[in-house]
Ligand binder design. Structure first.
Ligand SMILES: Nc1ncnc2c1ncn2[C@@H]1O[C@H](COP(=O)(O)OP(=O)(O)OP(=O)(O)O)[C@@H](O)[C@H]1O
Ligand SMILES: [Mg+2]
Length: 407
């Protein structure tokens, strides 16, 4: 294989499915999807691992599926992190530039980012991302690459992501169990951003919302940086539960009905449409108006987006999302959900399907693959940059590795 080309692997360990994507990275940086694995999750609750053995078995099955499609084994992977244990907050670091030349070096940048990380947070949490937002050199703000600039004071605004230490360790344990090394744990929303957002959206302001199985996460990007992250404990499973209760049917049947006939907006449903609802034990199958499903699902969708809207309003970011809202995660496939988001946020909303890859694109063209595809794109970009910095000089390359982030 030619130098600087290789495979990048993403494993998205979600509450409802474990998705693996293998991408082959070409010389020009393009990513071709060569392997995909998707198995139903067991042993996960709200984005965290509840049973190591069950989760490990699912990871194994998902990776093996992708390996057999790609025709080679996986040794290293970028692994998603999501769930309500994840927290995001902004911080700032300041350092003096003391070198004789008063020229900002990579070392200064590493120091200022390290400084921004020295903050207090709960003991059971650990930092797994430090995303730079902007640098300030002697009070001049809005600088993205301060290296080589003259100055005596360097400041960095950053968005820090922490997660439960136990959860992060458990993710490592289940992946390592099969001899796979974790290249980096990556916030699922950041992976999604790499798969579904355009550079323009990230620049002019966008809210990315991942509707997962038991949780939904929101991330706000503007000026090419991440400013806000929040996760709430409501996801696709709650829509299913509402249907099961409202239609008096089982969870598994409600899940099928939701995917096949569900709609989050009554206005989109034809009055005369009907669906068959399997009954609970001992009762007969019922014929129900499809409108009834929408009447159950719409309030849940409105509540979900209302909570997310209030969250970004509390963070005073509701006016920054000029490019609107982009939905990912399996839950985003619910018909009409984008229109409900549009109504609540009063901004355009679209469903984000993974883009930016070649190869088996038709197999990953669904919002539930955004995280796994995004992990591959994130990893490929990170490795291209690190390959570049290693070529430029060994020491710089190693120093730079301290903060491994790509927004
Ligand atoms: N066509 C569809 N219509 C409605 N909902 C759907 C559809 N397809 C998938 N879903 C829902 O998407 C949810 C799963 O989404 P996803 O695969 O993104 O979750 P996950 O990554 O496993 O979970 P999490 O990120 O919360 O840990 C399920 O609740 C499922 O019912
Ligand atoms: Mg997910």
């Amino acid at each position: 294989m030619a130098k600087d080309t290789g495979h990048v692997v993403g494993i998205d360990i979600g509450t409802s499915k474990v998705a693996t994507v293998i991408g082959k990275v070409a010389e020009d940086g393009a990513v071709e999807v060569t392997g995909i694995g998707k198995v139903e999750s067991r042993g996960m609750r709200k984005g965290i691992i509840a049973s190591l053995d069950e989760a490990a078995a699912c990871v194994k099955a998902s990776v093996e599926e992708a390996e057999s499609m790609a025709g080679h084994s996986v040794e290293r992977a970028y692994v998603s992190v999501g769930g309500t244990h994840v927290r995001g907050f902004n911080s700032r670091g300041v350092v003096a530039i003391t070198s004789k030349e008063r020229m900002i070096t990579r070392d200064d940048i590493t120091r200022v980012l390290e400084g921004a990380r020295t903050i207090s947070f709960p003991q059971d949490q650990q930092i797994f991302h430090t995303f730079p937002q902007e640098y300030l050199v002697d009070d001049q703000d809005g600088i993205s690459h301060p290296e080589g600039m003259p100055g005596s004071r360097l400041e960095a605004n950053v968005h820090i992501i922490t997660g439960s230490s136990t959860s992060l360790q458990n993710l490592g344990t289940v992946v390592n169990r099969f001899g796979i090394e974790v290249a980096q744990p990556v916030l699922n929303l950041m992976a999604d951003a790499h798969a579904v957002l355009t550079a323009d959206e990230k620049e002019i302001g966008v809210a990315l919302i991942n509707v997962g199985h038991e949780t939904t996460g929101i991330a706000v990007f503007e000026k090419g940086a991440l400013w806000h992250t929040h996760v709430i404990p409501i996801g696709g499973a709650h829509f299913t539960n509402d249907l099961a209760v409202g239609l008096r049917t089982g969870i598994a049947d409600a899940e099928i009905l939701k995917k096949k006939h569900g709609c989050a907006l009554t206005a989109l449903v034809q009055e005369e449409d009907t669906v068959e609802v399997p009954a609970m034990a001992g009762k007969r199958t019922a014929v129900v108006e499809r409108m009834r499903l929408a009447e159950i699902l719409q309030p849940r969708a409105e509540e979900l987006f209302q909570l997310l809207y209030e969250d970004i309003r509390d963070a005073r970011l509701e006016k920054t999302i000029n490019a609107g809202v982009v939905l990912t995660g399996g839950g985003a496939s619910l018909s009409g959900l984008d229109e409900v988001a549009q109504g609540v946020f009063d901004h355009q909303a679209r469903v984000g399907e993974p883009a930016g890859v070649r190869g088996l694109t038709n197999l990953v063209a669904a919002p539930l693959f955004a995280t796994a595809v995004g992990l591959v794109l994130y990893g490929a970009q990170l490795e291209a940059r690190e390959g570049g910095s290693r070529k430029r000089g060994g020491l710089f390359g190693r120093l730079w590795r301290g903060i491994r982030e790509i927004v």
